[in-house]
Design a binder for this molecule. Sequence first.
Ligand code: ZN
Length: 292
Amino acid sequence: MLVDVVAAGGVLVLSGAGLSTESGIPDYRGPTGLARRGSGVSGSTPMTYQVFTGGADARRRYWARSHLGWRHIARAVPNDGHRAVAALSRRGLLAGIITQNVDGLHQAADSGVGPGVASAAGPATGPVTGRAALTELHGSLHRVLCLSCGQRTARSDLDWRLAAANPGWDPGSVSVNPDGDAALDDEAVASFRVADCAACGGVLKPDVVFFGENVPPARTRACYDLVETASSLVVLGSSLTVMSGFRYVGHAARLGRPVVIVNQGATRGDAYAAATLDAPLGQTLTALAAAL
Ligand SMILES: [Zn+2]
């Protein structure tokens, strides 16, 4: 079923966290782009837009933890699943890619350059390298947005500025979780210096859609348009728990487009799917690309 649907072309891919787990990135949108579930030492719930914009102390804590965890994200490289999607794109089989991931790994797999380089200029909303259009539904950790003047800059630049603003900053013995998030004590957080916008002095925020924040309406509409022009929708590595992605599955099903879901575990969209495949992404997609 998956091979037949993809071979027919015009496929819209909707990818989620499950596609990046084999790159060592288990989840997204926490301080390091990684939602914290359960037993977090310094807070077990993901950062929300309301908390982040509500106070300087919350932002200081976010950036201190993110500064330590960033290298984990920056080091991540595409896996077999990303490479297989890039191969399908090069062969002209994809109508587009919508990703819920904020790690830049689709671009990195497609272009052969680091995700920071590929996505520093702005949100990906069109062909990155002349292939299927990529939409970063929830933004990218590789960019930083000024909440005052709207300027977008590369996170790699901010990383350099934060390092310069915090010479000798030593959080002591820090436990870094497997997901790269760092548990910091209050003293280490209090001594961390946050950097503001270099252009206007405004508050900087990672260019990602936090929990409690909506996907920009123009981006949402563009994705509905993609569903309407596509021949099918293939979900890769998402449990579809977040409405921002789930709604496109419902839309495709209502339009009579076949929906195929490849994910490890059940998903909220299974009832809409013509076929579901509970299998590892890298292996499955590599076999798919080879079979076409
Ligand atoms: Zn600014």
